[in-house]
Every structure is written in C-alpha cells, then in structure tokens.
Design a protein around this ligand. Structure first.
Ligand SMILES: [Zn+2]
Length: 244
C-alpha cells in the first residue's frame, strides 16, 4: 500500500502583534516556525516581534532616539521603527558605489568601515546580519564606535551553535566572493537576489567575542510568548550596551 502521508503542518494562534500593534492571528504552514509563523496582518516573523518587544523594554522612549538600522527588512519591526522614529537612518551595503551616499533611499554603508562620526546613535539595530559579515570584529568595533554612551546595539542573529564555539563559515577572496570553509550556505537578502553568504556560525560565546573587541556588555534575551506570536528556534535578541 502506498503511503500518502505528507507533512500537513498547520498552526494558528490568536494574539497581539508587537510589530503592527493589532489583535491578529499568527499562522504557520510549516513546522519551521522561525521562517513561517507569520502575522496575518503584517507578515512579521517571530524574531521581528521579539526584537520589537526587547527594544520597547530597554528603550521605552525609542521613538525619540537616534536610530541606525543596518540592512532593514521590508516588513515587521523595520517598518514599525521607520514609521515611528523621528530620527531613523537605514543603511544597505552597495560595494560598487561611493560610501556615505544615498542610493534607493538608503545610505550606502559598509558595516565594517562606516562613514558615521563617533557617538552618532542611541540605538543600532541589525536583524540577521551579523552571521553574514566577513570581519565581525571590525563590524562590532564600528558599531561600538558609532554608539553614544548609554546606547545599545540591539540585534537578532541565529545562535545556531548554542553552547559550541562560534565557527568561521566563510572568508572572502580578492574579488569579494565567498570561500566557504564548510558546506556553502546562503540566506535571503532584501537588496540582492543572489542572497547573502553565511560567514559565521555563532555560539553563545558571541557575548565574549563582542566584549573582547569593544567596550560593549551583551545580554541575551530569550522570549517565548505565544500570545505575542514569539515562538521558534533561534530567536534570541542580543542587547550590547555601551557604558555611560
Ligand atoms: Zn503584525
């Protein structure tokens, strides 16, 4: 007899969305909730809702602060922050264009070598970016440099190695293309259809990595709150604070 069984996963949950601030239904057609458990109203993902909750918790007055978001998404927390901040600047990296200039409504910035002055921002936000940088040391140092005292880098990054050490996954060659040290891995990129190469597999030692390369102290927030649609693997939110 032929087994016609297929994985017909379906999960639906009523709740409140921290991104669109509505009573909504969260739904997933796939058991991998991290990429599929969307808000039916704004399409946000669990990690985006978690980020929003953490920003509101640590900086309840975020709407009045100076915020830099690196490589924003076109939905979820990025849209909410952009629409509600009086002082929000979004950057993307276009390596073939001059740095510091505006391209397609974004300022062109290399996260590892930014053109912003020291102590420019109250909050720097990045969402699933730090697993794609080739020189995370430089990126964290630059983020620390551009934060004001008392400010913080608030970010999501999949800590897939958990208690195992962080691993370098790819380096780049002289043309800027990835040389994978392990199995090639790519994630979606809002401004590049080829996607972004995964360069790091982070473990919880990311906290020590940041500390050893900057003056930032990092805590890891882990939220599991079904009512807020925050349930999935690898949705930790990191808060790296610059001393006052
Ligand atoms: Zn929503």
């Amino acid at each position: 007899m032929i087994n016609h069984h297929v994985d017909k996963f379906f999960f639906s949950q009523k709740g409140y969305c921290p991104c669109c601030e509505n009573e909504v239904v969260f739904e997933s057609n796939n058991s991998w909730l991290r990429d599929h458990f969307i808000c039916s109203n704004c399409n946000s993902l669990p990690r985006e809702r978690a980020l929003m909750v953490v920003i509101e918790k640590h900086y309840p007055d975020w709407k009045k602060l100076v915020i830099h978001e690196c490589s924003p998404a076109r939905r979820g927390a990025s849209i909410k922050i952009k629409n509600n901040s009086s002082n929000y600047i979004a950057t993307h990296y276009y390596p073939n264009y001059p740095m510091g200039k505006t391209i397609d409504d974004f300022r062109n910035e290399d996260l590892e070598k930014q053109t912003f002055p020291n102590e420019s921002f109250d909050i720097v936000i990045s969402q699933d970016v730090m697993e794609h940088v080739y020189n995370p040391k430089d990126a964290f140092m630059e983020i620390a440099r551009t934060l004001k005292p008392g400010g913080a880098h608030i970010f999501t990054v999949p800590i897939i190695n958990k208690h195992r050490k962080s691993e370098v996954w790819a380096r780049k060659n002289e043309n800027g293309d990835p040389i994978f040290l392990k199995e090639p891995e790519w994630h979606g990129n809002p401004i590049n259809n080829n996607g972004s190469p995964v360069t790091m597999h982070w473990g919880f030692d990311i906290v020590d990595f940041i500390k050893s390369n900057s003056d930032l102290e990092t805590i890891i927030e882990h939220i599991d709150n079904l009512h807020l649609g925050i349930r999935a693997e690898y949705i930790e939110v990191l808060v790296s604070s610059k001393p006052i």
